[in-house]
Design a protein around this ligand. Structure first.
Ligand SMILES: [Zn+2]
Ligand SMILES: [Zn+2]
Length: 265
């Protein structure tokens, strides 16, 4: 794993404090449960990143410390029906509208894509959104694209979790190292097949070409690495110049890859 590759896994962005004032409610326990549920819905809708949030309760209300893909991620226009239903329940419980305070952007992290219509996307596991813009190379909040299954992005988020789990095993270099390496680098692994299906579904819904990235860990020589063919169609796919971390791109199979980390160009 190169430093650049591992750095790119991190897309955590804005830290926010979200306050839910108790208002007139007397059902503080019910409010707490609903706020917890709301955060999960936000997360599944791409409005809250990662899985590490903290919730504090005091006499005034509930404060949640969340990581957002952009400052306006919790705006109503991004809500899906589950988020809206949860917010309506909080109103029915007597809770006042929530207040968002942006604490700042995490050091060294990416901003979100703001392109009006990206010309292509790629799927790349990260702590935030695993969908990246091919034009500005920044992550795309999932609520910007139509849901892939039902009303949610659950499949994409599960693929991302699985990939991050493989990453952890691979970096640990102990349990499951070989297994995880294959899952992340072979086009026909379970992980890659799931990821490629997601890319095809995103492309179908958005009309925007969506590529899948295959990791590459070790090779024999720079020469043999450069001679690698697309693992699916066996065609030429070496790029004239490295683009970000990508050395290979097959437009027909919508695949991207890099030279082995022990032979960078
Ligand atoms: Zn962009
Ligand atoms: Zn190909």
């Amino acid at each position: 794993m190169s430093a650049l590759q591992s750095a790119q896994r991190v897309t955590v962005m804005y830290f926010a404090e979200v306050m839910f004032p108790f208002g007139t409610t007397r059902k503080k326990t019910a409010v707490g449960e609903e706020v917890t549920g709301l955060i999960v819905w936000w997360n599944r809708n791409g409005q809250v990143n990662g899985r590490n949030w903290s919730v504090i309760v005091d006499e005034k209300g509930i404060r949640a410390f969340l990581i957002l893909p952009e400052r306006t991620a919790l705006a109503k226009k991004h809500a899906n029906k589950y988020v809206t239903a949860s917010l309506e329940k909080l109103v029915a419980l007597g809770v006042e509208p929530f207040l968002v305070t942006i604490l700042g952007r995490e050091m060294g992290t990416f901003t979100s894509c703001r392109c009006r219509k990206p010309s292509w996307y790629y799927l790349f596991a990260s702590v935030g959104s695993p969908l990246w813009c091919g034009d500005c190379r920044n992550p795309v909040p999932l609520y910007r694209i139509p849901p892939i299954s039902g009303d949610e992005y659950y499949g994409i988020l599960m693929w991302n979790e699985d990939h991050l789990a493989c990453d952890t095993l691979w970096i640990g270099s102990g349990v499951g190292e070989r297994f995880s390496g294959r899952q992340m680098s072979e086009a026909e692994s379970e992980l890659s097949r799931a990821g490629r299906e997601i890319c095809a579904a995103i492309e179908e819904k958005t009309g925007i070409p969506t590529y899948y990235y295959l990791d590459r860990y070790s090779g024999r020589s720079l020469k043999s690495e450069k001679a690698r063919k697309c693992p699916v169609c066996k065609g030429e796919w070496l790029l004239a110049e490295r683009w970000g971390i990508f050395d290979f791109q097959c437009d027909g199979c919508r695949l991207l890859s890099s030279l082995a980390v022990n032979f960078p160009r």
